[in-house]
Design a protein around this ligand. Structure first.
Ligand code: NAD
Ligand code: UD1
Length: 339
């Protein structure tokens, strides 16, 4: 199948490319490298021994996007491209609406122009907002608490409306929980710019000595050990979920939102302990006040993914930490330094 992959050079995109190429699909990546490196794509080629097309472009540029998609003749699109920093989205909301919402509208219009009717979209568990009940199932109310989350919810609605108006269209909105880890080769992984916002890359940078200690944001939550509990999902399992979702778009018309998580919560302290096992030394941390906006517990209901996609997570927290450590310890500066 010919698959057009926006944002394919990014963290989740690069891991998904490995799976798509290994499954024999023909790929065109469309990325502006605003938060990624061409080196990631070079490594994907090495890992898979496969070549693919690349168009360096911005999804805000409707005509470049349409040209690329029509010329490639895509059967399906996997739409990763977008901005994802929650804090930044509050400081620069219009930048987020422009990239995530307008960019997605351009993609759907380009798909119409190319006669492409299948899409898998990177949504987020952040669309649920504060938990009314746990685990989060797909029917949980949508009430995001920040501009980033609102852009994801808006794009979900836009894709739903597009699929209803487009004969034979099929869309899957994958709501990722907390993607972590790296490819088992350690050749590709997460390479955050600046100070990491998220827990796992922060722990990895403490482990390698780039940062002195982790701040644990609060140990007085109502959880097993008082620290926040999240549903961490191995990025390789997440990549497989995209293959299953693409398959599904070939079998069923319409639009489905589907959680991608393990269904199991892990606390901050449990993740630190797992990382210590993986790297073989202790991780320094201090307890600091809660981060504003954080919830105590978030984890996924996983039944719909099993039922509709036949997919479930296979890799545990030790595999997540071991792969992250292999990537971090062999690429201390991420893609900035060629290992
Ligand atoms: P990433 O930043 O590593 O990848 C995004 C890619 O999109 C990058 O290669 C970037 O250069 C590209 N991009 C951004 N804006 C673009 C534009 N206007 N035009 C063309 N390319 C553009 O992020 P990721 O972690 O791989 O996330 C991929 C998707 O999954 C994003 O949409 C994100 O919101 C969503 N998501 C991520 C997480 C997470 O924790 N990583 C969780 C839930 C949802
Ligand atoms: C964050 C995003 C969310 C996104 C999700 C996906 C915020 C507010 N939310 O959620 O929109 O969908 O990532 O990956 O950014 N923690 C520490 N110290 C740190 C960093 C985090 O103790 O330095 C704790 C947090 O309080 C939380 C847990 O670790 O309990 C996970 O945090 P993080 O990795 O940022 O993910 P989320 O908060 O779930």
């Amino acid at each position: 199948m010919k698959i057009f992959v926006t944002g394919g050079a990014g963290y989740i995109g690069s891991h998904t490319l490995v799976r798509l190429l290994s499954a024999g699909h023909e790929i065109c990546v469309f990325d502006n490298f605003s938060n990624s490196s061409p080196e990631a794509l070079a490594r994907v080629k090495q890992l898979t021994n496969r070549d693919f097309a690349l168009v360096e472009g911005d999804i805000r540029d409707a005509s470049a996007l349409t040209r690329a998609l029509v010329e490639f003749g895509a059967d399906a699109a996997v739409h990763f491209a977008g901005l994802k920093a929650v804090g930044e989205s509050s400081e620069k909301p219009l930048l987020y609406y422009e990239n995530n919402v307008s960019g997605s509208a351009h993609l759907l219009a380009a798909m119409d122009a190319a006669g492409c009717r299948r899409i898998v979209f990177s949504s987020s568990a952040t669309v649920y907002g504060e938990a009314q009940c746990l685990p989060f199932d797909e029917d949980h109310p949508i009430a995001p608490t920040n501009p980033y989350g609102r852009t994801k919810a808006m794009v979900e609605g836009m894709i739903r409306d597009w699929s209803a108006a487009t004969p034979d269209a099929s869309a899957v909105l994958l709501r990722y929980f907390n993607p972590v880890g790296a490819h088992e080769s350690g050749r590709i992984g997460e390479d955050p710019q600046g100070i990491p916002n998220n827990l796992m890359p922060y722990i990895a940078q403490v482990a390698i000595g780039r940062r002195e200690r982790l701040s644990i944001f609060g140990d007085d939550y109502d959880t097993r050990d008082g620290t926040g509990e999240r549903d961490y999902i191995h990025v390789v399992d997440l990549a497989d979920a995209h293959l299953a979702a693409l398959d599904y778009t070939g079998r069923a018309a319409g639009c489905e939102a589907i959680n991608v998580g393990t269904g199991k919560g892990i606390t901050v302290k449990e993740l630190v302990a797992a990382y210590e096992r993986a790297c073989g030394h202790s991780i320094a941390y201090e307890i600091t006040p809660r981060r504003p906006g954080d919830v105590a517990i978030s984890f996924a209901a996983t039944g719909k993914a099993r039922e509709l996609l036949g997919w479930e997570a296979a890799l545990n927290v030790d595999a997540m930490c071991a792969s992250s450590w292999l990537w971090q310890s062999t690429n201390a500066e991420g893609y900035g330094e060629t290992a």
